[in-house]
Design a protein around this ligand. Structure first.
Ligand SMILES: CCCCCCCCCCCCC/C=C/[C@@H](O)[C@H](CO)NC(=O)CCCCCCCCCCCCCCC
Ligand SMILES: Nc1ncnc2c1ncn2[C@@H]1O[C@H](COP(=O)(O)OP(=O)(O)OP(=O)(O)O)[C@@H](O)[C@H]1O
Ligand SMILES: [Ca+2]
Length: 502
């Protein structure tokens, strides 16, 4: 520990940089000392934890009359920083200039790049020119020369980078992503998210705030947070990976409508959300799922996933044991599948809480980032008023699962088939029914259920409604540490810049 001020200490792991300070740069309060002797100084830049999980870069300058002593301090601190092996030195950065409020480039240049340079991190920066630019690029570059990949944008941009990295790892290891049962190769190259999107749910749920400077500092100190990833298949064809929300019905319809309104920026989700709420469509279908182990908690146990989460640690241990057995032992006996048929307003599968500024506790407040399971939330057909009551509970402290029309299960895999595709498969498709479906969608007063919704997969639509989903425990890693329990004494380091005599 490095002492700063009387009542504040900073772990070495949270020091950003140490620099020799030129005499004329810092002259506050030292006039009296200057008269006595020539002074030497160095500045320690460190993480200052503020309210609501926000991090800032603060600094303290140490003055000293003995030049040799001053240099010894600088040397010793630099050596300690060198020993922080998990810190990245070389990063590949992708910036989406059109995400969110189109501020990605400015945010990176003004808030993030200066911090990376202070921390002596070198970067290769790519400003994307079209959708899938980052993903395609990750199949071409030598990714192994980087200590991590940073994406500046929203959840969609993160999804691109994740698909590029996971896809590349499978390609390099000869794994066929189209096989829904394949054991995927873990991706050890961490991803850092600089939030500059419309929802920024992945950043918020893994850091506790969506703030570019906080995220940049988590990258600099080399944090590591494993993350579950779900694979989504249709008929033995790989569709997509998901880490946050896989939503059919309400969130699928919001997304589909909002895509036409991209020009509105983040507001498009409120506009389409209101429209979709009024349309009140429900969808008929069948869900089959395999429950997760009971030892991994339950979605209603109020055990939130926080930094150093015991449940996620347990899953990490189990995963390591499983990997050590090199597949010698078969998966413990096929667990029973549970089947549910019904009419649903929303089917949401979340790998994490999905907390975001719109809903600070998220869609499933007790979901875990790295436990190898997802929370499957089924919202059955109910009145508009009841659905509104359900939605409002995402914004307050009340339990959103405490409704007779809402069920929630912790699962390791599930399948969904819509009534419409079941009917099609059993050859009872009739064109009139399809036309009627189209007709009904055009009349918001009608809640007719004979059309399909679309899946919202981390903010991207899927082409198929019938899907097969499997959670891959800790398939990838982020530069984050999960949400920290609230810091007791945030006021202790309230000054942003201080000076000390050695
Ligand atoms: C009365 C207020 C109720 C507010 C309820 C708010 C619940 C918000 C829950 C947000 C969950 C986000 C999950 C994350 C999804 C991301 O992978 C994805 C990509 O970024 N984002 C979206 O799909 C974007 C999803 C955006 C969802 C916006 C929902 C807005 C609903 C508005 C309903 C208005 C009803 C008003 C009736 C008078
Ligand atoms: N240069 C570009 N031009 C057009 N689209 C791009 C470009 N770069 C990336 N994209 C695409 O833009 C999509 C949306 O970007 P992003 O996620 O950054 O913002 P958002 O949709 O506003 O935010 P959120 O996903 O948080 O709701 C991504 O899916 C990505 O594929
Ligand atoms: Ca999980």
């Amino acid at each position: 520990m490095f002492p700063i001020l009387e009542n504040c200490s900073v772990p070495i792991s949270e020091i950003i940089a140490v620099e020799e300070t030129e005499f004329n740069k810092k002259q506050r309060n030292i006039g009296r000392w200057q008269k006595m002797a020539k002074l030497h100084a160095f500045t320690v830049f460190y993480v200052k934890k503020a309210r609501n999980h926000r991090w800032r870069c603060s600094d303290v300058t140490f003055w000293c009359v003995d030049e040799h002593l001053c240099n010894q301090w600088i040397q010793a601190l630099k050596e300690l920083l060198e020993m922080q092996r998990s810190r990245p030195k070389h990063l590949l950065v992708y910036i989406n200039p059109y995400g969110g409020k189109r501020q990605g480039k400015r945010i990176y240049e003004q808030k993030v790049a200066p911090l990376f340079s202070l921390a002596s991190i070198s970067t290769d920066v790519v400003i994307t020119e079209h959708a899938n630019h980052a993903k395609d690029n990750l199949f071409e570059v030598n990714i192994y020369k980087y200590d991590g990949v940073v994406c500046v944008g929203g959840d969609g941009m993160f999804s691109e980078v994740m698909h590029g990295l996971i896809g590349r790892m499978q390609k390099d290891s000869g794994i066929d992503q189209n096989n829904p049962k394949a054991s995927l190769v873990q991706c050890n190259i961490r991803i850092g998210i600089i939030p500059a999107g419309s929802t920024d749910c992945i950043c918020y749920s893994t850091v506790g705030i969506s703030d570019p400077v906080t995220s940049a500092l988590h990258i600099i100190v080399g944090d590591c947070q494993p993350l579950d990833v779900s694979s989504v298949h249709h008929n033995n064809t790989f569709l997509k990976y998901s880490v946050s929300l896989l939503g059919y019905g309400f969130y699928g319809d919001i997304l589909k409508d909002s895509e036409k309104k991209r020009w509105m920026g983040p507001m498009r989700y409120d506009y389409s959300g209101f429209k979709t709420f009024l349309s009140h469509h429900y969808y008929e279908g069948t869900i089959a799922y395999q429950p997760a182990k009971q030892t991994h908690g339950s979605p209603r146990d109020k055990e939130s996933c926080r930094t150093g989460c015991c449940i996620c640690k347990k899953s990490e241990k189990e995963l390591a044991e499983k990997n050590q057995e090199h597949g010698l032992k078969h998966e413990e006996g096929e667990e029973e599948w549970k089947v549910i048929k019904g009419k649903f307003l929303a089917i949401n599968a979340v790998n994490m809480s999905c907390a975001c500024p719109r809903s600070p506790k998220g869609l499933s407040p007790a979901a875990h980032l790295a436990d190898g399971s997802a929370d499957l939330i089924l919202v059955r057909k109910c009145s508009r008023f009841d659905f509104l009551r359900y939605l409002v509970r995402h914004t307050n402290q009340d339990d959103q699962f405490d409704f007779p029309f809402v069920d929630v299960y912790r699962v390791k895999c599930f399948q969904f088939t819509s009534k419409l595709s079941e009917d099609n498969e059993s050859n009872v498709m009739d064109i009139g029914k399809k036309r009627f479906g189209q007709f009904c969608r055009d009349h918001p007063a009608c809640c007719c259920n004979i059309v399909n919704s679309t899946w919202n997969c981390d903010g991207e639509t899927l082409d198929s409604s019938a899907i097969e989903v499997r959670v891959h425990c800790q398939l990838m890693k982020l530069f984050a540490r999960g949400i920290e329990e609230n810091c007791k004494d945030e006021a202790a380091c309230s000054q942003s810049s201080t000076e000390q005599l050695l």
